[in-house]
Design a protein around this ligand. Sequence first.
Ligand code: PGA
Length: 259
Amino acid sequence: MRPLLIAGNWKMNKDLFETLAFLQGLKAYAHKHAEDRVQIAVAPAYPFLVTACDLLKDTPVKVAAQDVSANDDGAFTGEVSATMLASLHLPFCLAGHSERRQYHGETDFVVNTKLKQVLKNGMTPIFCLGEKLEEREAEQTNAVLERQLADGLSDINLLTGREIVVAYEPVWAIGTGKVATPQQAQDAHAFIRNWLMNNYNVAVAEKIQILYGGSVKPDNIRELMLQPDIDGALIGGAALKLEQFTAMLDTSKEVVKIK
Ligand code: PGA
């Protein structure tokens, strides 16, 4: 079985003091409740990545960046390169989050360039994709996922399946409180895994962790994580409170025992 990866995406939340308080609490939790089959990651804002890496260095908690520049180093004011992130020994970096696509006009081509930057610098990208409400209503979900996968992964060679994590996040479920049903999520995940099987191979597709994201909460995470093709969660709002985040980790630990 693939391990579950439970990742908190804090977005533009938490200042330095809030970041420290949360991470100290999470560190104490992780020391007491380690379980190899439940991997933990948090994605704080850029300014706090160094602090987060230092604080979590001897713990199982992994740090992720929320985004990365599509460019190499150079005259790109305000951007952060993959080389810079790699120098912190960050294991993960998100790419293609729907808020980047929506508010910053990131196309599938830009997402593809970012994925290549992250991979080239030895980090694991968490490649986010998912359909909008109107696309689901027009029964275009699979066509959209197919386009995002084909364009996002264009010219990316995966040899083991451990090089990348995919996060299926239906846009209509993000921050709306409207979670996909476990069956809707499972169907999309199975479609993604099948695409990976056809475009890479069975062994690679079987190894790739596919996370679900979109209004995951303590009271719905269990049913989602029990689905055969759901290998973790990318959590926004409910990952901001330590008690909620650790409650979801506890539930995930129960799930891996029976999955
Ligand atoms: P949400 O966000 O859990 O607040 O819906 C998920 C995400 O954007 O990754």
